[in-house]
Design a protein around this ligand. Structure first.
Ligand code: UD1
Length: 335
């Protein structure tokens, strides 16, 4: 049985990926410092899969603890989610973001290299493309200067990994996620936003639940189908499955180069108003919303060209926007 370290394994995407890994017969070790998750998620994962993953409360900024972990545990691969992800906060606290997202990545790669662990999956983002000149966005679209320290950590992170694969036996795949949404069908795990949600779907579900009075739609004058911004919303379980496929590609020596990148999205763009219509249709809830100014730093439209992920990985998103939104709502109802 292959042993896989999942950093940030109690977070939103991490927890769904742990479930899929266990379902596929991997033994999972989780490192999570609970900075944006809770220990209850470990029990929830266990109740879904009937297998308790090993859990280590380690902060990856603690280099000695990371060294110790790799000395004591032989793992076959690492899926690295642990990172800070709030765009606005990253502008306020750039050094914390660089330390937390870049410093820890360096420690992990150093220990992987020293301990001959050669398979690495990195949580990257479509944010590296900025506003792409052409849609849909292919992996060959140029990486643009980052709009925020958070975005920069994904861009720099990819560069650090690529440089490392050139001088070591490490093979890596960066998955550039579009907009992950939804929750597990069991409604036992999902996205746990702390404070006022910044992302669209948690704000939508909290508004429908009466926790927020009104959803503000940021911008209605974009050059899109209805004036609101367009994104590629992908169900988190589809996204989680892409990690298992990418990992297996490395474990089975199927990768073509030592560093590969893949877009992980549905390939379909939806406007904010389309999301709201879909949400209202599947839940029967009426959403209170108003149109306001654009949000600073937002782009007009982004959706993936998934041809390479489809053909090279043999992976394709299966869930519809309706299904993803319904799962997000079922999860909200449990909170
Ligand atoms: C955001 C981040 C991106 C990050 C991603 C992670 C910004 C500018 N970008 O992407 O770097 O990788 O989250 O999930 O923060 N919207 C509203 N009202 C709201 C919230 C959002 O209208 O209350 C709109 C936004 O303007 C956008 C769409 O909904 O058009 C999606 O927003 P969001 O979920 O925040 O994702 P992104 O902005 O695409």
């Amino acid at each position: 049985m292959k042993k896989i370290l999942v950093t940030g394994g109690l977070g939103f995407i991490g927890s769904h990926t742990v479930v899929e890994l266990q379902n596929e017969g991997f033994e999972v070790l989780i490192i999570d410092n609970l900075s944006n998750s809770t220990i209850e998620v470990l029990d929830k994962i266990t109740s879904i899969t009937n297998k308790k993953p090993s859990y280590f409360n380690i902060d990856l900024k603690d280099k000695v603890a990371v060294q110790q972990f790799f000395k004591e545990n032989n793992v076959d691969g690492v899926i690295h989610f642990a990172a800070s992800k709030a765009v606005g906060e990253s502008v306020e606290k750039p050094l914390e973001y660089y330390e937390n997202n870049i410093g820890t990545l360096v420690y992990l790669l150093q220990e992987m290299k020293a301990n001959k662990v050669s398979n690495f999956i990195f949580s990257s983002s479509c944010t590296v493309y900025g506003q792409a000149d052409e849609l849909p966005i292919t992996e060959n679209a140029p990486v643009k200067p980052a709009e925020s320290p958070y975005g920069n950590t994904k861009k720099i992170g990819e560069e650090i990994i690529k440089d490392t694969t050139k001088i070591s036996k490490i093979n890596a795949i960066a998955l550039r996620y579009f907009n992950p949404i939804g929750a597990h069908e069991s409604a036992k795990i999902g996205e746990l936003p702390i404070g006022v949600p910044q992302n669209l779907i948690p704000f939508v579900t909290q508004t429908a639940a009466g926790i927020r009075k009104e959803l503000s739609i940021f911008g209605s004058d974009y050059p899109t189908i209805d004036g609101t911004a367009v994104r590629d919303y992908i169900h988190v379980v589809d996204l989680a499955k892409a990690h298992i496929i990418a990992l297996s590609r490395l474990l089975n020596y199927k990768n073509k180069t030592s560093f590969e990148v893949f877009n992980i999205g549905t390939g379909k763009g939806n406007s904010v108003l389309e999301v709201i219509q879909s949400f209202e249709k599947v839940t029967g809830k009426k959403l209170n919303y108003k149109l306001v100014e654009r949000r600073e730093g937002d782009i007009t439209a982004a959706y993936a060209d998934t041809t390479i992920a489809n053909t090279e990985l043999g992976w394709k998103a299966e869930c519809t926007l309706d299904e993803a939104l319904l799962s997000a709502w079922k999860w909200q109802e449990t909170l």
